[in-house]
Design a protein around this ligand. Structure first.
Ligand SMILES: *[C@@H]1O[C@H](CO)[C@@H](O)[C@H](O)[C@H]1NC(C)=O
Ligand SMILES: *[C@@H]1O[C@H](CO)[C@@H](O)[C@H](O)[C@H]1NC(C)=O
Length: 390
Protein backbone atom coordinates (compact mmCIF):
# COMPACT_ATOMS: atom_id res chain seq x y z
CA UNK A 1 0.00 0.00 0.00
CA UNK A 2 2.79 2.28 0.83
CA UNK A 3 4.64 1.57 -2.38
CA UNK A 4 1.49 2.46 -4.29
CA UNK A 5 1.43 5.81 -2.60
CA UNK A 6 5.10 6.41 -3.39
CA UNK A 7 4.43 5.61 -6.99
CA UNK A 8 1.52 8.07 -7.07
CA UNK A 9 3.74 10.78 -5.65
CA UNK A 10 6.40 10.04 -8.16
CA UNK A 11 3.89 10.44 -10.93
CA UNK A 12 2.75 13.83 -9.55
CA UNK A 13 6.26 14.93 -9.38
CA UNK A 14 6.87 13.94 -12.92
CA UNK A 15 3.79 15.97 -13.97
CA UNK A 16 5.20 18.96 -12.30
CA UNK A 17 8.62 18.50 -13.85
CA UNK A 18 7.11 18.46 -17.34
CA UNK A 19 5.09 21.53 -16.60
CA UNK A 20 8.28 23.25 -15.61
CA UNK A 21 10.02 22.01 -18.80
CA UNK A 22 7.22 23.44 -21.00
CA UNK A 23 7.57 26.84 -19.54
CA UNK A 24 11.38 26.69 -19.30
CA UNK A 25 14.18 25.04 -21.13
CA UNK A 26 12.41 22.15 -22.83
CA UNK A 27 11.00 23.42 -26.20
CA UNK A 28 9.85 21.90 -29.56
CA UNK A 29 6.59 20.51 -30.85
CA UNK A 30 7.60 16.90 -30.25
CA UNK A 31 8.19 17.57 -26.60
CA UNK A 32 4.86 19.51 -26.26
CA UNK A 33 2.84 16.74 -27.90
CA UNK A 34 4.58 14.22 -25.80
CA UNK A 35 3.95 16.33 -22.77
CA UNK A 36 0.20 16.65 -23.59
CA UNK A 37 -0.09 12.89 -23.98
CA UNK A 38 1.73 12.34 -20.73
CA UNK A 39 -0.61 14.76 -18.98
CA UNK A 40 -3.67 12.74 -20.03
CA UNK A 41 -2.02 9.45 -19.02
CA UNK A 42 -1.05 10.88 -15.65
CA UNK A 43 -4.57 12.20 -15.05
CA UNK A 44 -5.92 8.77 -15.89
CA UNK A 45 -3.46 7.19 -13.53
CA UNK A 46 -4.39 9.57 -10.77
CA UNK A 47 -8.05 8.76 -11.14
CA UNK A 48 -7.21 4.98 -11.10
CA UNK A 49 -5.09 5.39 -8.02
CA UNK A 50 -7.70 7.55 -6.40
CA UNK A 51 -10.27 4.77 -6.91
CA UNK A 52 -7.89 2.24 -5.45
CA UNK A 53 -7.31 4.66 -2.58
CA UNK A 54 -11.02 5.02 -1.86
CA UNK A 55 -11.50 1.25 -1.78
CA UNK A 56 -8.76 0.83 0.87
CA UNK A 57 -9.87 3.92 2.91
CA UNK A 58 -7.17 3.16 5.46
CA UNK A 59 -4.74 5.68 3.85
CA UNK A 60 -6.08 8.77 5.43
CA UNK A 61 -2.97 10.14 7.13
CA UNK A 62 0.21 11.18 5.32
CA UNK A 63 3.24 11.41 7.51
CA UNK A 64 5.88 14.23 7.32
CA UNK A 65 8.34 11.49 6.13
CA UNK A 66 6.55 11.41 2.86
CA UNK A 67 7.25 15.01 2.26
CA UNK A 68 10.80 14.45 2.85
CA UNK A 69 10.67 11.56 0.54
CA UNK A 70 8.85 13.62 -2.03
CA UNK A 71 11.48 16.31 -1.69
CA UNK A 72 14.09 13.68 -2.22
CA UNK A 73 12.18 12.42 -5.21
CA UNK A 74 11.93 15.97 -6.56
CA UNK A 75 15.68 16.27 -6.34
CA UNK A 76 16.02 12.97 -8.11
CA UNK A 77 13.63 14.19 -10.78
CA UNK A 78 15.68 17.29 -11.30
CA UNK A 79 18.68 15.16 -11.50
CA UNK A 80 16.91 12.91 -13.98
CA UNK A 81 15.82 15.96 -15.98
CA UNK A 82 19.45 16.89 -16.36
CA UNK A 83 20.18 13.35 -17.32
CA UNK A 84 17.26 13.43 -19.76
CA UNK A 85 18.60 16.55 -21.35
CA UNK A 86 21.94 14.85 -21.69
CA UNK A 87 20.16 11.81 -22.98
CA UNK A 88 18.43 13.89 -25.63
CA UNK A 89 21.69 15.26 -26.90
CA UNK A 90 23.01 11.79 -26.66
CA UNK A 91 19.98 10.60 -28.70
CA UNK A 92 20.65 13.24 -31.34
CA UNK A 93 24.16 12.18 -31.46
CA UNK A 94 23.01 8.58 -31.63
CA UNK A 95 20.54 9.53 -34.41
CA UNK A 96 23.38 11.00 -36.41
CA UNK A 97 25.35 7.95 -35.72
CA UNK A 98 22.30 5.92 -36.70
CA UNK A 99 22.08 7.72 -40.03
CA UNK A 100 25.69 6.96 -40.59
CA UNK A 101 25.05 3.42 -39.44
CA UNK A 102 22.02 3.28 -41.78
CA UNK A 103 24.19 4.32 -44.67
CA UNK A 104 26.69 1.76 -43.62
CA UNK A 105 23.90 -0.75 -43.19
CA UNK A 106 22.64 -0.06 -46.75
CA UNK A 107 26.14 -0.45 -48.02
CA UNK A 108 26.44 -3.49 -45.84
CA UNK A 109 23.16 -4.89 -47.18
CA UNK A 110 24.21 -4.46 -50.79
CA UNK A 111 27.47 -5.99 -49.79
CA UNK A 112 25.43 -8.68 -48.03
CA UNK A 113 23.49 -9.39 -51.23
CA UNK A 114 26.77 -9.89 -53.03
CA UNK A 115 28.02 -12.01 -50.16
CA UNK A 116 24.77 -13.98 -50.10
CA UNK A 117 25.13 -14.70 -53.82
CA UNK A 118 28.68 -15.66 -53.16
CA UNK A 119 27.52 -17.58 -50.12
CA UNK A 120 24.94 -19.51 -52.13
CA UNK A 121 27.62 -20.22 -54.75
CA UNK A 122 29.95 -21.34 -52.01
CA UNK A 123 27.19 -23.45 -50.47
CA UNK A 124 26.80 -25.15 -53.80
CA UNK A 125 30.54 -25.62 -53.89
CA UNK A 126 30.45 -26.87 -50.32
CA UNK A 127 27.70 -29.35 -51.19
CA UNK A 128 29.74 -30.46 -54.19
CA UNK A 129 32.79 -30.75 -52.00
CA UNK A 130 30.77 -32.70 -49.42
CA UNK A 131 29.68 -35.11 -52.11
CA UNK A 132 33.28 -35.35 -53.29
CA UNK A 133 34.28 -35.76 -49.69
CA UNK A 134 31.94 -38.69 -49.34
CA UNK A 135 33.37 -40.24 -52.45
CA UNK A 136 36.83 -39.50 -51.14
CA UNK A 137 35.91 -40.97 -47.78
CA UNK A 138 34.73 -44.13 -49.48
CA UNK A 139 37.90 -44.16 -51.48
CA UNK A 140 39.83 -43.31 -48.36
CA UNK A 141 38.30 -46.25 -46.49
CA UNK A 142 39.07 -48.60 -49.38
CA UNK A 143 42.56 -47.06 -49.52
CA UNK A 144 42.91 -47.66 -45.81
CA UNK A 145 41.94 -51.27 -46.36
CA UNK A 146 44.47 -51.41 -49.11
CA UNK A 147 47.03 -49.84 -46.85
CA UNK A 148 46.28 -52.45 -44.21
CA UNK A 149 46.55 -55.13 -46.87
CA UNK A 150 49.82 -53.59 -48.08
CA UNK A 151 51.09 -53.47 -44.51
CA UNK A 152 50.41 -57.17 -44.15
CA UNK A 153 52.06 -57.78 -47.50
CA UNK A 154 54.91 -55.57 -46.40
CA UNK A 155 55.41 -57.70 -43.34
CA UNK A 156 55.46 -60.80 -45.54
CA UNK A 157 57.78 -59.04 -47.95
CA UNK A 158 60.00 -58.02 -45.07
CA UNK A 159 60.24 -61.65 -44.00
CA UNK A 160 61.02 -62.63 -47.56
CA UNK A 161 63.50 -59.77 -47.78
CA UNK A 162 65.29 -61.04 -44.71
CA UNK A 163 65.41 -64.52 -46.20
CA UNK A 164 66.51 -62.97 -49.47
CA UNK A 165 69.24 -61.03 -47.73
CA UNK A 166 70.64 -64.13 -46.11
CA UNK A 167 70.42 -65.84 -49.46
CA UNK A 168 72.08 -62.77 -50.95
CA UNK A 169 75.00 -63.18 -48.60
CA UNK A 170 75.43 -66.75 -49.84
CA UNK A 171 75.04 -65.56 -53.42
CA UNK A 172 77.55 -62.79 -52.86
CA UNK A 173 80.06 -65.30 -51.63
CA UNK A 174 79.40 -67.40 -54.68
CA UNK A 175 79.50 -64.26 -56.80
CA UNK A 176 82.95 -63.39 -55.53
CA UNK A 177 84.16 -66.89 -56.35
CA UNK A 178 82.55 -66.50 -59.77
CA UNK A 179 84.28 -63.17 -60.17
CA UNK A 180 87.58 -64.89 -59.54
CA UNK A 181 86.61 -67.48 -62.10
CA UNK A 182 85.63 -64.71 -64.50
CA UNK A 183 89.03 -63.06 -64.04
CA UNK A 184 90.75 -66.36 -64.71
CA UNK A 185 88.52 -66.89 -67.72
CA UNK A 186 89.25 -63.38 -68.96
CA UNK A 187 92.95 -64.14 -68.84
CA UNK A 188 92.34 -67.38 -70.65
CA UNK A 189 90.13 -65.46 -73.07
CA UNK A 190 93.01 -63.16 -73.97
CA UNK A 191 95.12 -66.17 -74.76
CA UNK A 192 92.25 -67.66 -76.70
CA UNK A 193 91.72 -64.33 -78.48
CA UNK A 194 95.27 -64.52 -79.81
CA UNK A 195 94.66 -68.12 -80.80
CA UNK A 196 91.37 -67.11 -82.43
CA UNK A 197 93.15 -64.38 -84.42
CA UNK A 198 95.66 -66.92 -85.60
CA UNK A 199 92.81 -69.30 -86.33
CA UNK A 200 90.96 -66.59 -88.25
CA UNK A 201 94.02 -65.98 -90.38
CA UNK A 202 94.24 -69.67 -90.97
CA UNK A 203 90.51 -69.74 -91.74
CA UNK A 204 91.03 -66.95 -94.31
CA UNK A 205 93.83 -68.95 -95.84
CA UNK A 206 91.68 -72.05 -95.80
CA UNK A 207 88.86 -70.08 -97.42
CA UNK A 208 91.18 -69.11 -100.24
CA UNK A 209 92.29 -72.71 -100.52
CA UNK A 210 88.65 -73.66 -100.38
CA UNK A 211 87.81 -71.44 -103.32
CA UNK A 212 90.59 -73.08 -105.30
CA UNK A 213 89.40 -76.49 -104.20
CA UNK A 214 85.80 -75.54 -104.93
CA UNK A 215 86.65 -74.60 -108.47
CA UNK A 216 88.56 -77.85 -108.77
CA UNK A 217 85.60 -79.67 -107.25
CA UNK A 218 83.31 -77.87 -109.70
CA UNK A 219 85.54 -78.99 -112.54
CA UNK A 220 85.59 -82.50 -111.12
CA UNK A 221 81.83 -82.45 -110.70
CA UNK A 222 81.40 -81.35 -114.27
CA UNK A 223 83.78 -84.11 -115.29
CA UNK A 224 81.87 -86.57 -113.14
CA UNK A 225 78.63 -85.47 -114.79
CA UNK A 226 80.26 -85.88 -118.17
CA UNK A 227 81.61 -89.27 -117.14
CA UNK A 228 78.21 -90.26 -115.83
CA UNK A 229 76.68 -89.41 -119.15
CA UNK A 230 79.41 -91.38 -120.88
CA UNK A 231 78.96 -94.14 -118.34
CA UNK A 232 75.31 -94.33 -119.15
CA UNK A 233 76.14 -94.62 -122.81
CA UNK A 234 78.75 -97.25 -121.98
CA UNK A 235 76.34 -99.04 -119.68
CA UNK A 236 73.86 -99.20 -122.50
CA UNK A 237 76.54 -100.49 -124.81
CA UNK A 238 77.80 -102.80 -122.06
CA UNK A 239 74.40 -104.23 -121.48
CA UNK A 240 73.94 -104.81 -125.18
CA UNK A 241 77.43 -106.34 -125.26
CA UNK A 242 76.54 -108.55 -122.31
CA UNK A 243 73.47 -109.64 -124.16
CA UNK A 244 75.66 -110.39 -127.15
CA UNK A 245 78.14 -112.25 -124.94
CA UNK A 246 75.31 -114.26 -123.45
CA UNK A 247 74.11 -114.97 -126.95
CA UNK A 248 77.62 -115.98 -128.01
CA UNK A 249 77.99 -118.14 -124.92
CA UNK A 250 74.80 -119.90 -125.81
CA UNK A 251 76.06 -120.27 -129.39
CA UNK A 252 79.43 -121.44 -128.13
CA UNK A 253 77.78 -123.95 -125.87
CA UNK A 254 75.88 -125.18 -128.87
CA UNK A 255 79.08 -125.20 -131.03
CA UNK A 256 80.57 -128.64 -131.39
CA UNK A 257 83.98 -129.20 -129.78
CA UNK A 258 86.13 -131.28 -131.99
CA UNK A 259 89.86 -132.10 -131.52
CA UNK A 260 91.88 -135.28 -131.71
CA UNK A 261 95.49 -136.43 -131.60
CA UNK A 262 96.66 -140.02 -131.85
CA UNK A 263 99.97 -141.95 -132.21
CA UNK A 264 100.23 -144.89 -134.66
CA UNK A 265 101.57 -147.78 -132.49
CA UNK A 266 104.12 -148.92 -129.92
CA UNK A 267 104.82 -152.04 -132.00
CA UNK A 268 107.56 -150.67 -134.29
CA UNK A 269 107.48 -150.98 -138.12
CA UNK A 270 104.23 -150.90 -140.18
CA UNK A 271 104.63 -152.03 -143.82
CA UNK A 272 105.78 -152.14 -146.47
CA UNK A 273 102.69 -153.60 -148.22
CA UNK A 274 101.94 -153.95 -151.89
CA UNK A 275 98.49 -152.41 -151.41
CA UNK A 276 97.44 -149.06 -149.95
CA UNK A 277 96.15 -149.60 -146.38
CA UNK A 278 94.47 -147.10 -144.00
CA UNK A 279 96.77 -146.21 -141.11
CA UNK A 280 94.97 -146.86 -137.77
CA UNK A 281 96.49 -144.47 -135.22
CA UNK A 282 95.59 -146.47 -132.11
CA UNK A 283 97.32 -144.51 -129.33
CA UNK A 284 94.72 -141.81 -128.59
CA UNK A 285 96.13 -138.77 -126.79
CA UNK A 286 93.07 -136.60 -127.23
CA UNK A 287 89.66 -137.27 -128.78
CA UNK A 288 87.16 -134.48 -127.91
CA UNK A 289 83.84 -135.09 -129.60
CA UNK A 290 84.81 -138.68 -130.50
CA UNK A 291 84.89 -137.72 -134.19
CA UNK A 292 88.04 -139.84 -134.71
CA UNK A 293 87.81 -143.63 -134.54
CA UNK A 294 91.08 -145.39 -133.43
CA UNK A 295 89.65 -148.74 -134.59
CA UNK A 296 89.12 -147.61 -138.23
CA UNK A 297 91.59 -144.71 -138.33
CA UNK A 298 88.86 -142.49 -139.90
CA UNK A 299 87.83 -138.94 -138.80
CA UNK A 300 84.16 -138.12 -139.57
CA UNK A 301 83.12 -134.39 -139.53
CA UNK A 302 80.22 -133.93 -137.06
CA UNK A 303 79.26 -130.47 -138.50
CA UNK A 304 79.88 -128.43 -141.59
CA UNK A 305 82.94 -126.32 -141.06
CA UNK A 306 86.59 -125.58 -141.52
CA UNK A 307 89.03 -128.07 -140.01
CA UNK A 308 92.78 -128.15 -139.53
CA UNK A 309 94.77 -131.39 -139.96
CA UNK A 310 98.42 -132.23 -139.59
CA UNK A 311 100.66 -135.31 -139.39
CA UNK A 312 104.23 -136.60 -139.18
CA UNK A 313 105.38 -140.01 -140.41
CA UNK A 314 108.71 -141.47 -139.47
CA UNK A 315 110.90 -144.26 -141.07
CA UNK A 316 113.97 -146.08 -139.84
CA UNK A 317 114.40 -148.91 -142.35
CA UNK A 318 117.57 -148.36 -144.37
CA UNK A 319 117.48 -148.12 -148.25
CA UNK A 320 113.68 -148.06 -148.23
CA UNK A 321 110.75 -145.77 -149.00
CA UNK A 322 108.74 -144.08 -146.29
CA UNK A 323 105.47 -142.19 -147.23
CA UNK A 324 101.72 -141.67 -146.66
CA UNK A 325 98.59 -140.07 -148.28
CA UNK A 326 95.95 -137.88 -146.62
CA UNK A 327 92.45 -138.26 -148.00
CA UNK A 328 89.34 -136.06 -147.93
CA UNK A 329 86.62 -138.60 -148.68
CA UNK A 330 88.02 -140.39 -151.78
CA UNK A 331 90.23 -137.48 -152.77
CA UNK A 332 93.98 -137.56 -152.12
CA UNK A 333 95.06 -134.29 -150.67
CA UNK A 334 98.80 -134.93 -150.14
CA UNK A 335 101.49 -137.55 -150.56
CA UNK A 336 104.40 -137.02 -148.19
CA UNK A 337 107.31 -139.42 -148.51
CA UNK A 338 111.12 -139.80 -148.39
CA UNK A 339 113.75 -142.40 -149.27
CA UNK A 340 116.23 -143.51 -146.58
CA UNK A 341 119.31 -143.67 -148.79
CA UNK A 342 121.76 -143.60 -145.94
CA UNK A 343 121.91 -145.63 -142.79
CA UNK A 344 119.71 -143.17 -140.85
CA UNK A 345 116.09 -142.06 -140.16
CA UNK A 346 113.65 -140.13 -142.36
CA UNK A 347 110.32 -138.35 -141.70
CA UNK A 348 107.71 -136.30 -143.54
CA UNK A 349 105.18 -133.77 -142.18
CA UNK A 350 102.34 -131.70 -143.60
CA UNK A 351 99.33 -129.66 -142.63
CA UNK A 352 96.02 -128.83 -144.33
CA UNK A 353 92.98 -126.68 -143.66
CA UNK A 354 89.93 -128.32 -145.18
CA UNK A 355 86.32 -127.24 -145.52
CA UNK A 356 84.21 -130.26 -144.69
CA UNK A 357 80.54 -131.02 -144.97
CA UNK A 358 78.89 -132.80 -142.14
CA UNK A 359 79.67 -136.56 -142.53
CA UNK A 360 82.79 -135.98 -144.69
CA UNK A 361 85.72 -138.24 -143.74
CA UNK A 362 89.45 -137.60 -143.45
CA UNK A 363 92.05 -140.36 -142.98
CA UNK A 364 95.67 -141.44 -143.93
CA UNK A 365 96.91 -144.35 -145.97
CA UNK A 366 100.33 -146.01 -146.27
CA UNK A 367 102.01 -145.39 -149.60
CA UNK A 368 102.37 -148.88 -151.24
CA UNK A 369 105.85 -150.38 -151.07
CA UNK A 370 106.81 -148.07 -148.21
CA UNK A 371 106.85 -148.51 -144.44
CA UNK A 372 106.53 -146.28 -141.35
CA UNK A 373 107.72 -146.77 -137.81
CA UNK A 374 106.41 -145.90 -134.33
CA UNK A 375 107.16 -146.93 -130.75
CA UNK A 376 106.89 -145.54 -127.25
CA UNK A 377 108.70 -142.38 -128.40
CA UNK A 378 105.51 -141.38 -130.31
CA UNK A 379 107.23 -140.61 -133.64
CA UNK A 380 104.22 -140.91 -136.01
CA UNK A 381 101.17 -138.83 -135.05
CA UNK A 382 97.92 -137.70 -136.77
CA UNK A 383 96.01 -134.66 -135.35
CA UNK A 384 93.04 -132.46 -136.32
CA UNK A 385 90.47 -129.98 -134.96
CA UNK A 386 87.54 -127.88 -135.98
CA UNK A 387 88.58 -124.27 -136.65
CA UNK A 388 84.98 -123.03 -136.91
CA UNK A 389 81.63 -124.25 -137.98
CA UNK A 390 79.92 -122.92 -141.08
C1 LIG B 1 81.09 -73.77 -108.11
O1 LIG B 1 79.79 -73.99 -108.64
C2 LIG B 1 78.75 -73.37 -107.89
C3 LIG B 1 77.42 -73.83 -108.49
O2 LIG B 1 77.45 -73.82 -109.88
C4 LIG B 1 78.95 -71.85 -107.91
O3 LIG B 1 77.94 -71.23 -107.13
C5 LIG B 1 80.30 -71.50 -107.35
O4 LIG B 1 80.53 -70.10 -107.46
C6 LIG B 1 81.39 -72.26 -108.09
N1 LIG B 1 82.66 -72.01 -107.43
C7 LIG B 1 83.77 -71.67 -108.08
C8 LIG B 1 84.96 -71.40 -107.25
O5 LIG B 1 83.83 -71.62 -109.32
C1 LIG C 1 104.23 -141.59 -125.79
O1 LIG C 1 102.89 -141.60 -125.40
C2 LIG C 1 102.63 -142.25 -124.18
C3 LIG C 1 101.15 -142.19 -123.91
O2 LIG C 1 100.67 -140.92 -123.82
C4 LIG C 1 103.46 -141.72 -123.06
O3 LIG C 1 103.21 -142.35 -121.90
C5 LIG C 1 104.93 -141.70 -123.42
O4 LIG C 1 105.71 -141.09 -122.44
C6 LIG C 1 105.18 -141.04 -124.73
N1 LIG C 1 106.60 -141.25 -125.07
C7 LIG C 1 107.52 -140.26 -125.16
C8 LIG C 1 108.96 -140.65 -125.44
O5 LIG C 1 107.18 -139.14 -124.98
Amino acid sequence: MRSAAVFLALLLCLQWTWAQGESGEVTGTDAETEGGNRQEEVQFEIQGVGAAHDQSSSQTNISPDIWAELKELRDMAIEQKVELRNSKSKIEKLEQENAATQARLTASESKNAVLEAKMSFYEGVVKELQRENMVLETRMSSSENEVAELKRENAATQARLTASESKNAVLEARMSSYEDMVKTLQRENKVLGATVTASNNKVEELRRDNTVLESRVNTSENLVAELRRENMVLETRMSSSENEVAELKRENADRPKVAFSAGLTDAGPVGPFNTEITLKFSKVFTNIGQAYSPTTGIFTAPVRGVYYFRFTVWGGRPSAWMGAYLYHNEKRMTLSYDYNDEQAYVSASNALILQLEKGDVVYMTLYPGSGVFDDSFNRTIFSGFLLFAL
